[in-house]
Design a protein around this ligand. Structure first.
Ligand code: UD1
Ligand code: CA
Length: 455
C-alpha cells in the first residue's frame, strides 16, 4: 500500500443514509457495532490512507449521529440525502461534488470488510473504462441482487430479489454493492435510472443494464463472501463478527502468538500481541491494547485499553482496564486493576485483589484479598492478606504512600491520608491512622486478654 499510486484520483462514495429497518432498533445500521467499532468505521480505516482520494458519505437517517460516530484522519464530505429513494438516488447526491477525471468508487456502509488489495484491482479495471463490480456466492441469496450473466460470462444485468423471477431467484451469485466507474461515465449513466420496480426505488444496480445498452463493458469479480458480504440484520451482523474474529485470531497465529481456540477469542478494537505469547480461551480484548512478547493470558480475562510488557503472566479471570503492567509481573487469578494503575517490573497481585489509581513498585506483592486505592507502593513492599487502604472518607479520596521494603501485616486497615516510611511494619489486624516512621513497627489494635471460661 505504501507505494501504491492509483491511476486516477479516487472519489470514494459511501452510502449510509438508510435506517436499516431489518436490523431492528432505532440506531443507524452503519453504526452497528462490529468488533468494537461502528461497522462503517472499518471501511473508513481501509480507505483513509488511499493516496489521491477523497471521501463523501451520503447520510440521512440520524445523520448527526453518523457524522459524530466516524473517526477519520481525512476531512470527510458529508452529503445529505433528504429522502431515501434508493441507492442510485443516494449516489446522485454526490454527483455535483465529483472531481473531473476521477474514478468513483461506491461503497455501502453496511458492507464493511472489503480489503485494500481488492479495491485496487477494482480501480484498475474502472480506469480502463469499465463499469466494475464485486460479487460473491451466497448459499441463501434471499434479499440480494442477483447477477445475471450472459454469453462469455458477461454481466447483462442485476435483478433485485423483489423483482426476480423464480428462475432468477435460484442464482447464487449476488451483488456486493461495491462498484467503480469513471466519474464522467457515472455522470452520464446515472440520470437514466428510473424507479419502475417492485420497491419504487432508484436502484444503482440498474446501471449495469444501462452500461450494456451504451456498450460500456461491465466487469464483475467474484470475491470471498466474508470480504464483501453485508450485514442487513442481526444474524448477518453476527456472522460477520464471528468471521472477523476468527480471522483476527488466525492473524495472531501467523504472527507467532499461540491462541488456544480461534473461536473463543474476541478482539473488540485494536490489540497487538507479541511473538511467543499465549492466549487461552474466552478472552476479550477491548479498545487499544499492546501486549508484549512471551506474555501468558489465562482463560476468561477482560483486558481493555492497557499495556502489558514482556514475560508477564495473567492468570484466569483477571480484569485489567486502563492499566500499564510491566515486565515479569504476575496477576490473578481473579485480580481486578483499573483507573491508570501501574505495575513495575516483577510486581505481583493475586486472587481477589483490586487496585485502582495505584502504583505498585518493582517486586512488590499483594497476593490475597486486598484493596489498594490511590496507593503508591515503593519497591519490595509486601501487602498481607486482607489489607485495605481506606482511601475514601465519604467526600474525598486520599492517598496512601508505602515506602520501599515495608511489610503490611494481614488484615491491616490503612486509613488515608497515610505515609508508611521505608522498611516499616504494621501488626496484623491493625487500624493504622497515623503515619509510621521509617523502620518502626506500628500496632493499632485492642490488646488480647485471656479470660477464664464461665462455668
Ligand atoms: C443492495 C443492492 C443489492 C446488493 C446488496 C448487497 C441496490 C438496489 N441493491 O441491496 O443488489 O445485493 O445491497 O449488500 O443497490 N442507502 C442510502 N440511501 C438510500 C438507500 C440506501 O444511503 O436511499 C444506503 C443504505 O444505508 C445502505 C446501502 O445504501 O448502507 C445499501 O442499502 P440497502 O437498503 O441495505 O440495500 P440492499 O437491500 O441490501
Ligand atoms: Ca444492505
Amino acid at each position: 500500500m505504501l507505494y501504491y499510486k492509483p491511476p486516477m484520483n479516487i472519489d470514494f462514495i459511501i452510502l449510509a443514509a438508510g435506517k436499516g429497518t431489518r436490523m431492528g432498533g432505532d440506531s443507524p445500521k452503519v453504526l452497528a457495532n462490529l468488533a468494537g467499532k461502528p461497522m462503517i468505521q472499518h471501511l473508513i480505516n481501509t480507505i483513509d490512507s488511499f493516496p489521491k482520494s477523497r471521501t463523501s458519505i451520503i447520510v440521512g437517517h440520524k445523520a448527526k449521529d453518523v457524522e459524530a460516530g466516524i473517526l477519520s484522519s481525512k476531512k470527510i464530505n458529508f452529503i445529505h440525502q433528504k429522502k431515501q429513494l434508493g441507492t442510485a438516488h443516494a449516489v446522485k447526491q454526490a454527483l455535483p461534488f465529483l472531481k473531473k477525471n476521477s474514478i468513483s468508487l461506491i461503497l455501502y456502509g453496511d458492507v464493511p470488510l472489503v480489503q485494500k488489495t481488492t479495491l485496487k484491482k477494482l480501480i484498475n479495471s474502472a480506469a480502463k473504462g469499465n463499469l466494475s463490480l464485486l460479487t460473491f456466492i451466497k448459499d441463501d441469496p434471499t434479499g440480494y441482487g442477483r447477477i445475471i450473466r450472459g454469453s462469455k460470462n458477461s454481466v447483462q444485468k442485476i435483478t433485485e430479489h423483489k423483482d426476480a423471477t423464480n428462475q432468477e431467484k435460484q442464482i447464487k451469485e449476488v451483488n456486493s454493492g461495491i462498484m467503480a466507474v469513471k466519474s464522467d461515465l457515472l455522470q452520464k449513466l446515472l440520470p437514466a435510472v428510473k424507479n419502475q420496480n417492485a420497491a419504487k426505488e432508484y436502484y444503482l444496480t440498474d446501471l449495469v443494464e444501462i452500461a450494456n445498452i451504451s456498450s460500456i463493458k461491465v466487469g464483475a469479480t467474484i470475491c470471498d463472501a466474508y470480504e464483501v458480504g453485508g450485514a442487513n440484520n442481526r444474524q448477518e451482523l453476527h456472522d460477520l463478527e464471528r468471521a472477523l474474529q476468527k480471522k483476527n485470531a488466525s492473524t495472531l497465529l501467523a504472527k507467532g502468538v499461540t491462541v488456544a481456540d480461534t473461536a473463543r477469542l474476541d478482539i473488540r478494537g485494536d490489540t497487538k500481541i507479541g511473538q511467543g505469547s499465549f492466549v487461552d480461551i474466552n478472552n476479550v480484548f477491548e479498545g487499544n491494547n499492546v501486549i508484549g512478547r512471551n506474555v501468558t493470558i489465562g482463560p476468561n480475562c477482560l483486558i481493555a485499553n492497557s499495556t502489558i510488557k514482556d514475560n508477564t503472566t495473567v492468570y484466569a479471570n483477571t480484569v485489567i482496564e486502563d492499566c500499564m503492567v510491566g515486565k515479569d509481573c504476575k496477576l490473578g487469578p481473579f485480580t481486578r486493576i483499573r483507573g491508570g494503575t501501574e505495575l513495575s517490573e516483577g510486581a505481583e497481585l493475586g486472587n481477589f485483589v483490586e487496585a485502582n489509581r495505584s502504583n505498585i513498585g518493582k517486586g512488590s506483592k499483594g497476593k490475597h484479598l486486598t484493596y489498594l486505592g490511590d496507593a503508591t507502593l515503593g519497591q519490595k513492599v509486601n501487602i498481607g492478606a486482607g489489607t485495605i487502604t481506606c482511601n475514601y472518607d465519604g467526600k474525598n479520596k486520599h492517598k496512601t504512600i508505602i515506602e520501599d521494603g515495608t511489610f503490611i501485616g494481614s488484615n491491616s486497615s490503612l486509613v488515608a491520608p497515610l505515609h508508611l516510611g521505608e522498611g516499616s511494619y504494621t501488626g496484623a489486624g491493625s487500624v493504622i491512622t497515623k503515619d509510621v516512621p521509617k523502620g518502626k513497627l506500628a500496632v493499632g489494635r485492642g490488646k488480647q486478654v485471656n479470660l477464664p471460661k464461665k462455668k
